[in-house]
Design a protein around this ligand. Structure first.
Ligand SMILES: Cc1ncc(COP(=O)(O)O)c(C=O)c1O
Ligand SMILES: N[C@@H](CCSC[C@H](N)C(=O)O)C(=O)O
Length: 449
């Protein structure tokens, strides 16, 4: 790896020149692992930028080296002294992510919830947060903790409705925290509309968007007026369920510095090896996402075509189809559907074979889960009811397997679970009145949301 000594910038790889433009915060960084494009913004199409990195080390390594070192020798003034504060492998990943997230600065931490923690640490007692009524269970849990223990006022509103959201925004609003599509109800939030309203109510309000469901390949909230975008890198960015990570990206340098301060102070920066794994995963994001969405669309159409109520923004029946496509470039690969009965949903989930029963999404393997029992179990039943989260909802997180195998697997699970009745043309979902007492099971029909 080149040292910070300018005499080593011999121009052989153009690294010395590129450096002048490397850091938009004005830091004149040494030629340690450089991003592929020496400017913020992209030179190539996103699919190309995802794979295009130039390490610039002295051996021209094709893969960025893992600097598995806690400390760096040298003394004051050097760029890296201690991995909690900074590490070349992590820096390379951060610069690469900034480029693909349309940001001036990206920071990587040890999980998506770690990212949410870093962002919400800027809040002070008395500050007000406006957020949605359908949120990942862990985010809801952290916000509830802040409300109950840290004196933060948290408003949960139906953020699909800009007018209802405006009604709770005020000069006291310090942060607006959005998810779109939401997990697990796949509701769509107008990022530009709410960002504008939030900044009108309080010019210094921070609009933070959890972009985990879409990834930077499909949606760039910073381009739509958000101040912060964060993601669970555990999902699409890495893609193989072999690493936990969180990513935060901003254009505002002061905000970036505040988040870096928190990361260095609390020690949640991503480890060198996990940074390397995430960088490797990001390179295949485009190809994975294309295949996962194509499979998801086919599955959504299959389920809807057989009479199930499906929530997926790729379907024209999605109530916010137009809004979603006005701000995103694809529908993603998470969909949910209802059966009318918790027991029936359980039997479907247990009858699937290729769809593994697991929390999380964004992996190359397909997954099936019941959010109320799994990812969202930390939201108490009364709150779930209040927020119209159907107890029977099944979430499918679609992978890259062969689509015929996935549809066969799902068909068998639906038939084995007794969720469908056979017709001359194949099968169709049972309607609620047909569910009561079917196949001798104790099937309790859940209320229509
Ligand atoms: C939408 C969303 N945001 C954030 C997180 C938190 O990510 P992590 O599990 O990496 O902490 C998750 C899932 O865990 C999620 O589904
Ligand atoms: N036991 C975990 C559950 C993780 S859920 C992971 C993911 N966000 C999903 O939606 O499936 C916890 O309590 O956080």
């Amino acid at each position: 790896m080149s040292s910070s000594n300018p005499s080593n910038d011999d121009g052989l790889h153009g690294v010395g020149k590129a450096l002048k433009h490397l850091d938009l915060d004005g830091h004149n960084l040494p030629p340690s692992p450089a991003p592929s494009t020496p400017t913020n913004g992209r030179k190539y199409a996103l699919a190309t930028e995802l794979v295009f990195t130039e390490g610039g080390d002295q051996y021209n390594s094709s893969s960025v080296p893992i600097y598995q070192s806690a400390t760096f020798k040298g003394g004051p003034g050097q760029e890296y002294d201690y991995t909690r504060s900074g590490n070349p492998t992590r820096s390379h990943l951060e610069r690469h992510l900034a480029k693909i997230m349309s940001a001036n600065r990206a920071l990587v931490v040890s999980s998506g919830m770690g990212a949410c923690d870093v962002i919400t640490r800027v809040l002070k007692p008395g500050d007000e947060v406006v957020t949605g009524d359908d949120l990942y269970g862990g985010t809801n849990r952290l916000l509830t903790y802040l409300k109950q223990n840290m004196g933060i006022v948290v408003h949960h509103v139906d953020t699909t409705d800009v007018e209802k959201t405006k009604a709770v925004l005020s000069e006291k609003t310090t942060m607006v925290l959005l998810e779109t599509p939401t997990n697990p109800l796949i509701k769509i939030i107008d990022i530009a509309g709410i960002s504008e309203a939030a900044h009108k109510a309080n010019a210094s309000a921070i609009v933070a968007v959890d972009n985990t469901m879409m990834s930077p390949y499909l949606q760039n909230p910073l381009d739509l007026g958000a101040d912060v975008v964060y993601e669970s890198g555990t999902k699409y960015l890495s893609g193989h369920h072999d690493v936990m990570a969180g990513v935060i990206a901003v254009n505002n340098a002061a905000l970036g510095d505040k988040f870096f301060f928190m990361i260095n102070s609390t020690g949640c920066g991503l480890s060198p090896f996990d940074s390397w794994l995430l960088l490797r995963g990001v390179k295949t994001l485009a190809i994975r996402m294309e295949k996962q969405q194509a499979n998801s669309m086919a599955i959504a159409q299959f389920l809807e075509g057989h009479g199930f109520k499906v929530r997926y923004p790729g379907l024209k029946s999605h109530p916010q189809y137009a809004l979603h496509w006005s701000q995103a470039r694809g529908a993603g690969a998470v969909l949910s559907f209802e059966t009318g009965s918790i027991e029936l949903s359980e039997r479907i989930v247990e009858s699937a074979n290729l769809f593994g029963i697991s929390v999380s999404f964004g992996c190359v393997n397909s997954l099936i889960s019941m959010p109320c029992r799994m990812s969202h179990a930390s939201i108490d039943p009364a709150t779930r009811k209040e927020r119209a989260l159907p107890e029977d909802i099944i979430r499918l997180c679609v992978g890259i397997e062969d689509i015929n195998d996935l549809i066969d697997d799902l068909s068998q699970a639906l038939v084995r679970a007794g969720a469908v009745k056979l017709t001359d043309d194949g099968f169709v979902a049972l309607v609620r009145s047909e569910l009561v007492g079917q196949t001798g099971q104790t099937t309790q029909v859940v209320d229509e949301p």
